[in-house]
Design a protein around this ligand. Sequence first.
Ligand SMILES: [Zn+2]
Length: 54
Amino acid sequence: MKCVICGYVVDKHFTSEGRVNWTKGHNAQPVKDGLCCTICNNTVVIPARLKLME
Ligand SMILES: [Zn+2]
């Protein structure tokens, strides 16, 4: 699965035991339809959401 914003593979989230517990990425709304990686979520999606709230 790829990030809809940067096109890179969406990162997996691991538990403290090293098991994958989340591979679905983050909702990229309102920037794009689909899922994005953690980096895009933090740098693109969250700022866009904050702007919408202004
Ligand atoms: Zn991304």
